[in-house]
Design a protein around this ligand. Structure first.
Ligand SMILES: [Zn+2]
Length: 116
């Protein structure tokens, strides 16, 4: 049971780290593309700025949206499997203690399972 918890935790950390790097890379690529277009096409005209500035802005905003999804968690609300008291937590929580009976409860895919 302890190994299972460890594996889930490692998977989640890897996904977050990967998603974080990916959103930074996408933002950076758009930002550089926007900068290059603004500087190369923009000489003497506004055409470069018209195409370049939206790319620059997208490069800054897209990573923020991607990271917001990454850290978004769903709320879990279910009765304690031991005493029946309603427990509220997020699905990012792997283990918690019931506030009523103080039993350790594991959170598995939005379901509460009685721990050791
Ligand atoms: Zn309880």
């Amino acid at each position: 049971m302890a190994q299972e918890t460890e594996r889930v935790k490692a998977g989640r950390t890897f996904d977050s780290a990967y998603g974080f790097s990916f959103s930074i890379a996408v933002g950076l690529a758009l930002f550089i593309a926007g900068l290059v277009i603004s500087l190369t096409l923009g000489q003497g005209t506004n055409i470069g700025l018209i195409f370049g500035i939206p790319l620059l802005v997208a490069g800054l905003i897209i990573p923020i949206f991607m990271m917001r999804d990454l850290f978004k968690t769903n709320e879990v609300s279910a009765p304690c499997p031991n005493c029946g008291a309603t427990i509220r937590t997020s699905d990012a929580t792997l283990q918690l203690k019931c506030t009523s009976c103080e039993r350790v409860i594991n959170v598995r895919e939005g379901q509460f399972v009685l721990g050791d």
